[in-house]
Design a protein around this ligand. Sequence first.
Ligand SMILES: O=C(O)CCC(=O)C(=O)O
Length: 315
Amino acid sequence: MANHLPPSDNSILDGWVAIFFLYEFSVMLHEMDDDLSVFHRPLTELFSGSRRGLVTEHDQDFFEANGYVYGMRLLDDTQMEVLREELEVMMQPRFASDLRFYEYNSNESADPSRRLFHALGAWRVSTAFHDIIFDPSFIGAATLLLGGPIRLWHDQVFVKPALDGAVVAWHQDYSYWTRTKPIGHLTCWIGLDDSTVENGCVHYVPGSHHWGLLPRTDLAGDMDAVLSVLTAEQRDAFKPVPIELKAGEVSFHHPMMLHGSYENRSDRPRRAVVINVLLDGIESDTNDPLLGGVPVISRGEKIEGRFFPLLTETA
Ligand SMILES: O=C(O)CCC(=O)C(=O)O
């Protein structure tokens, strides 16, 4: 029998609650639609050029001995232009609360008078940042240097604006990644501007990848904080070299390489995309999410799945 009684207060409330949850659900579906991590292949032709060999056997030997190689040209002018445009969009304040980013720091600098934009997860948000992950020349070089099939770990974007760009203090990448093991990681740093001593290029400490794991000191604070944790021998061997690169060129470094970059006081910005990869087979060593907002991969389980695509040169 039909109920002709007016709805009770409770059923009105239930209706609003249902509408609220439907709305939230549709927002969530919409956001998932826009999450490019579901695509494990390039979405455009921008980076689909044929593979160019970026690293030689000599580079591989140099990498073994010194912990880095640099100066190979990866990007052409069009690719850089598109990346710079998409970067400008992603730096707009509305992205600060976008949950597709694993981390988003509009200004990570500990010094309030200086600026360092630093975000992880742009590959999920923006087409060119997604597609660069699948660049066959990058994948070929990283596969050679790591000696086997690779997966995306995560990406990073670093921006040091002109005049008041901040430091990235001396650190080893693996000191931030001990929740993954064993070590089998690699970092590729890709310049979107010419990077020079004046605008805060990266510096490496050759050979420091053999020093073992150092305690972690603040990434965006005191540049030289790490010196206090070095042994006397390491302090003697601490001889950083500037890695000056033309826009579009790359460097690769070992996860234990001690590196950092000084302030940008020049009148030019210093922007970079960084791609961090790991060997297929590296495992989680935590029961917490490996990256912000990503489902847990239990300790001892292989790192794989939607957020850690296998990168093959034919993707
Ligand atoms: O861009 C920078 O100055 C720092 C880059 C960095 O720390 C990295 O690539 O691991």
